[in-house]
Design a protein around this ligand. Structure first.
Ligand SMILES: C[S@@+](CC[C@H](N)C(=O)[O-])C[C@H]1O[C@@H](n2cnc3c(N)ncnc32)[C@H](O)[C@@H]1O
Length: 235
């Protein structure tokens, strides 16, 4: 693995990152460089790291490699199965990993003020639908209704995080039927209204986006979205 430690608020990882069991097969997964950098900067060894939208487990793999205890939650059994398989390479000496099915809007199995770092990556409204009809799946919500979803996610994140600790979260804006929905700005508002203090806004360049490729070589009346936001909030 080649470490890549950005020092500015613009991040770009063209090679995705292929160490351990990382790959880019899970649709919309994040580059392991993202959680690796966030976990290193905003937590310390033995801390408890939560990813409540765990997907294919990228965050948990990095938390383990960096000797953090980790909690992964996903509403979809398929994601949990993939994550379980990806964590198998770890030896028996790794830190504790708790992986369970759940809803990021209602993490009743996690006590108040118990998490040292949230490092997570929710769906960008329904731009990628991770299920057809799982109740509570945030990836089924139309962008016009996503702000309500973000408010519930923020409230629960605030509840479980220890005071003064950090919540790091990546999201992108989406275009739907010619309309731009600024999910990044909506998320920022919801998290600040919930009580979080804003520490950083990082702009991340997007690479190899399947949605972008289909527009390549066409004359367009709009610019292709090629950035995401990583917000760092403090409780
Ligand atoms: C963008 S993906 C996360 C990808 C992950 N960062 C990775 O690298 O694999 C979002 C995940 O959130 C899950 N999800 C959607 N709604 C959820 C909810 N309300 N609670 C928990 N997980 C949810 C989806 O099943 C999907 O796996």
């Amino acid at each position: 693995m080649q470490d890549n430690w950005p020092i500015t608020t613009i991040w770009s990882f063209p090679d995705h990152g292929k160490w351990a069991t990382h790959d880019s097969k899970y649709r919309g997964n994040w580059s392991p460089y993202v959680p690796r950098n966030l976990i290193k900067k905003y937590s310390k060894p033995k801390d408890i790291v939560l990813d409540q939208f765990v997907g294919s487990g990228t965050t948990l793999i990095e938390a383990q490699l960096l000797n953090r205890t980790s909690i992964g939650v996903d509403i979809n059994d398929k994601a949990l199965k993939i994550t379980r398989a990806k964590l198998k390479f770890l030896s028996s000496t790794h830190s504790k990993i708790y992986l369970r099915k759940g809803n990021a809007k209602k993490l009743e199995f996690i006590p108040n003020n118990s998490i040292d770092l949230i490092c997570t990556h929710p769906p960008y409204a329904n731009i990628i639908k991770y299920s057809k009809n799982i109740k509570g799946d945030s990836s089924l919500i139309h962008p016009k209704d996503f702000q309500g979803e973000l408010r519930l996610i923020a409230t629960e994140a605030y509840r479980v995080l220890k005071p003064n600790k950090f919540c790091t979260i990546m999201i992108g804006d989406v275009r739907n039927n010619g309309k731009l929905y600024p999910l990044g700005f909506q998320l920022l508002n919801c998290f600040q209204e919930t009580g979080f203090h804003l520490k950083e806004i990082i702009i991340k360049e997007q690479h190899n986006c399947k949605g972008t490729k289909k527009w390549a070589n066409k004359t367009l009346s709009f610019y292709l979205l090629a950035h995401e936001y990583i917000f760092i909030f403090q409780k």
